[in-house]
Design a protein around this ligand. Structure first.
Ligand SMILES: [Zn+2]
Length: 346
């Protein structure tokens, strides 16, 4: 495949976001035909095009221009309001009961976002796997990613790149396959594994404790295969890295150009709940550097309010795809449900 001109040259640091805007409208590549035929034309029964914040995320897909993003869900999580979101006043939840799960916690799925353009597949993050949230932060159950991909007829060897927003356990859990007596091996055997150098180094030097992934089943095998990228790097055709540190040292947003000036920002854990979009001054309990989080959020909110710009949020209940309106709030956009949430908590 000949890459279009806007994808050939790595953009400069300042050009990251603008590159996405000026990307030409000429691309009209066919999307990889992989979803079950029956799932293409209709929404899953019982699932509206936009879901509820109080629910676990369905496996939803969103097409924009020449790119398709699918939330390949691995895990169900529920965040403890005081442990995970201590800065959000309790009165906020009382006034917004629709943002709270029936358990009283905050629904937050985990998984990866599969980005498909033409014949290529990029997977951003890989879910929770066998990890568990610390009890003080919430409850969780993961490990559904292989099942989700199988149901979508996506074979792991067809993923050409895996890129990580950050290294916390709920984003790296299914990166490697482990078996007793055998060395861990890549779960996506033909994919390059990419992470920001600014994220990798502090974890590798044991400078970060919060959320750190398993040393033996992630860090060690990752150290033998990883490719580091810097701020502004093009990590995949039409996808650039914007380092948005604070939640973790090199936390990264990926800016996905969709052609015609349209773009989607996969902003990782810069926000954990739409309440923080409306109130960016409310950090999350696990944030490493609150001042940097607030700076990152200012940058992201300015970008998300630009025309033709959408966002993807891993942990926004069943409203992962959305945009930020002139009112400064998160508004979910219609995203077709292909499969129900693969895991539910008791
Ligand atoms: Zn997370």
């Amino acid at each position: 495949m000949t890459e279009p001109p806007e994808h050939r040259d790595a953009p400069s640091r300042r050009g990251v976001l603008r590159t996405a805007v000026v990307a030409g409208a000429a691309l009209a590549l066919p999307l990889a035909g992989t979803l079950p035929a029956g799932a293409r034309g209709r929404t899953l029964p019982g699932h509206a095009p936009t879901g509820s914040l109080g629910d676990q995320s369905a496996v939803r897909t969103f097409t924009l221009g020449d790119v398709r993003l699918t939330y390949v869900v691995d895990a169900a999580m529920e965040l403890d309001r005081t442990g995970f979101l201590p800065a959000v006043p309790s009165s906020y939840w009382t006034e917004h009961p629709e943002e709270v799960a029936p358990s009283g916690r905050i629904a937050a799925s985990a998984g990866g976002v599969l980005v498909e353009r033409g014949p290529r597949r990029l997977l951003i993050d890989v879910g929770l796997g066998a990890n568990l949230l610390p009890a003080s932060l919430g409850v969780s159950r993961g490990g559904a990613l292989p099942r989700t991909l199988r149901a979508l007829r996506v074979r792991p060897e067809t993923v050409d790149t895996v890129a990580f927003t950050h290294l916390h356990t709920d984003h790296t859990g299914m990166g490697f396959v482990t078996a007793p007596g055998r060395a861990p091996r890549k779960a996506f055997p033909r994919a390059g594994y990419l992470v920001a150098g600014a994220e990798w180094e502090p974890f590798w030097e044991h400078q970060v404790e919060v959320g750190a992934p398993s040393w033996d089943s992630f860090m060690v095998p990752m150290s033998t295969v990883l490719r580091r990228f810097d701020d502004g790097a093009q990590v995949w055709p039409g996808v650039t890295a914007l380092i948005t540190p604070g939640h973790s040292p090199g936390h990264t947003t990926f800016v996905v150009s969709a052609g015609g000036g349209r773009r989607i920002l996969v902003f990782g854990d810069a926000f954990h709940t739409p309440a923080q979009v409306a109130h960016p001054e409310w950090p999350s309990g696990p944030d490493t550097d609150v001042d940097k989080v607030l700076t990152a959020r200012r940058t992201l909110l300015a970008e998300l309010r630009e025309p033709h710009t959408y966002g993807f949020a891993f942990h926004f209940g069943d409203q992962a795809f959305g945009r930020v309106g002139d009112d400064g709030r998160w508004h979910p956009v219609p995203a077709r449900a292909l499969l129900p949430a693969p895991i539910r908590l008791p």
